[in-house]
Write a protein that binds this ligand. Structure first.
Ligand SMILES: [Ca+2]
Length: 548
């Protein structure tokens, strides 16, 4: 346990002398220091500085009338064995806090990697993170849409709380985020790749020392980037360009702990364009339509699925279409081969520069993706293909190799978890929780349900408002009108343990009436805890092209 005792001399706010002591619990108790130490929410002691004026009587601290200098004389012999240094410092050493690398893909569903059991996609570099760290097998987004989900990752809040309710809204300038917290704590921070909050704005956002991003979605080839205020088109494939820039940044000398987000564009669609050398990687693989592809037409499903089947986001619509189904799946997966190589290059850069084991490496995505299931080809819905995403964490100082965590974790949990691991000031009034205890096997008091919300978009009128709740084994989905009047479509109730593909809607089955009531209460409770809802009015499903 590292404890720093500082004297402030002539009353300056900043300590001018510091005794850095490594104390065990008995020594802490003997010196009556426990009330002055910081603890995290799991009651684990954190490195702490206690500062006071050099001539200040220490009665209140040690319950004895002594001064700092007297304290040193009295206790130094006892503590000499654990005295590390006595010198003037301004920051803890860089090794005290880990670096943070977040690799954020765009629209990667949970099973689009071989460590999650994909039948033919091979992702050895992504798998290595899981093998050497932890894979969270039940990681979910709370809004399956790029910008609102990215804002939840940054802030730890539900969309209704952070206010980024669509793909065109900026992240609020006055809203804290985990990168800002890390920067305030002395980290060097960088963002490289897709950002996407504020569609037309590529400017450097607050909280980052280094910035390389672009407007909106960006292009797979020859994309224009804004690099620290200088805009230029960089030839080449997006994944390669972003990776090379990230590798270059990682190789630079860093005198402080750092945090880097690498935002990949892949495997986002509209259109999906793989790197040419991978474009035919799956040409010889037989692509099967999912077993739940046609359930959209079942009478027990809500009518909007059938109504929306031929629209832009419907399985029979013009975006990918049934005729192009095989190509749709092959190209989606092929873009991830480039991402996997990127993960390998970044891993090797960290290893070669001696930074690998002192870096918390996190791999995740902003939302899932529906590849024809339920007659859909997009995200937004509350089906598991849409809201379940990868989450891998490699950090050997904390995570045992090959750990699998099956508790439900959320995008909301990423910010508090990172700040917890880095031992920095937590974010206030958020909805997420740190999953650091789960990595140590402490599952006590973890969530048993969570809220899902999607807000109807006029620009993409293919999915209604969605409010729902998911537990480990059950799911309730509602389609509210938005003004408190009765829902516009039949609700859905699924027994996920017996029906993981969500093909049998039990909402009208009297045998499950009690379960329906129980989940409705859980939805109400989760919604209340998330704060006032900001749902728009549902205006209808329309078979029109999107208004970009
Ligand atoms: Ca996305």
């Amino acid at each position: 346990m590292l404890v720093e005792l500082g004297s402030t001399g002539g009353g300056a706010m900043r300590p001018s002398k510091i005794l850095r002591l490594s104390l065990d619990l008995n020594q802490i108790l003997n010196l009556n220091l426990l009330p002055h130490l910081r603890m995290n929410e799991n009651q684990m002691l954190l490195p702490t500085m206690i500062s006071f004026r050099r001539t200040q009587p220490l009665k209140n601290i040690f319950k004895r009338e002594i001064t700092f200098m007297r304290f040193v004389k009295l206790f130094l012999p006892t503590l000499s064995a654990c005295l590390l240094s006595a010198c003037a410092i301004s920051h803890p050493p860089a090794a005290a806090q880990p670096n943070v690398l977040v690799i954020l893909t765009d629209d990667q569903r949970w099973d689009a990697m071989s460590c999650a059991g994909h039948p033919f996609l091979k992702t050895p570099n992504i798998d290595r993170l899981a093998a050497e760290g932890a894979r969270f097998s039940n990681m979910f987004v709370t809004t399956s849409l790029c910008s609102p989900s990215r804002a939840s990752i940054l802030s730890g809040r539900y969309a209704r709380s952070h206010g980024v309710l669509n793909n065109f809204t900026e992240y609020p300038n006055d809203l804290p985020s985990y990168p800002r917290r890390l920067k305030e704590a002395g980290y060097e921070t960088a963002y490289i790749g897709k950002w996407h909050m504020g569609e037309d704005n590529d400017a450097q956002r607050p909280g980052f020392d280094h910035w390389m991003s672009h407007r909106g979605q960006g292009n797979y080839f020859d994309n224009e980037f804004n690099i620290d205020g200088e805009r230029r088109k960089i030839p080449g494939y997006y994944t390669t360009v972003v990776t090379e820039h990230a590798v270059g940044w990682l190789k630079q000398p860093h005198h402080k702990p750092w945090m880097l987000v690498v935002g990949q564009k892949a495997p986002h669609g509209g259109p999906i364009e793989p790197e040419p050398r991978f474009a035919h990687a799956f040409d010889n693989v037989r692509i099967s339509r999912p077993p739940n592809a046609d359930d959209y037409a079942n009478p027990d499903k809500p009518a909007w699925l059938k109504e929306g089947y031929t629209t832009w986001h419907g399985g029979g619509g013009p975006l990918y279409g049934l005729k192009e189904y095989d190509r749709f799946v092959r190209t989606y997966l092929a873009t991830l081969l480039s991402v996997d190589e990127s993960v390998g290059r970044i891993y090797e850069t960290l290893r070669a520069s001696g930074q690998l084991d002192n870096t918390v490496v996190i791999f995740t995505s902003d939302n899932g993706f529906v590849l024809g299931e339920h007659g859909r080809v997009d995200k937004r819905t509350m089906y598991d293909e849409s809201l379940r995403v990868p989450l891998l964490v490699r950090y050997p100082r904390l995570v045992r190799p090959g750990t699998i965590v099956d508790k439900m974790v959320l995008t909301l949990d990423l910010a508090p978890s990172i700040l917890d691991i880095c031992r920095t000031k937590p974010l206030q009034d958020i909805h997420g929780r740190s999953w650091k205890p789960l990595l140590a096997g402490n599952m006590r008091g973890w969530r048993t349900s969570f809220l899902y919300e999607y807000n109807y978009e006029k620009q993409f009128p293919y999915t209604p408002n969605v409010r729902g709740v998911r537990t480990d084994d059950w799911k309730l989905i509602r389609y509210p009108h938005g003004d408190g009047t009765p829902d516009r479509f039949k609700a859905e109730l699924y027994d996920l343990r017996h029906d993981p593909l969500e093909q049998h809607n039990l909402i009208d089955d009297p045998r499950f009436a009690a379960k329906r009531i129980e989940l409705a209460a859980a939805l109400e409770k989760n919604s209340r805890e998330a704060g006032p809802d900001r749902m728009p009015l549902y205006e209808g499903i329309f078979n029109v092209l999107p208004k970009f």
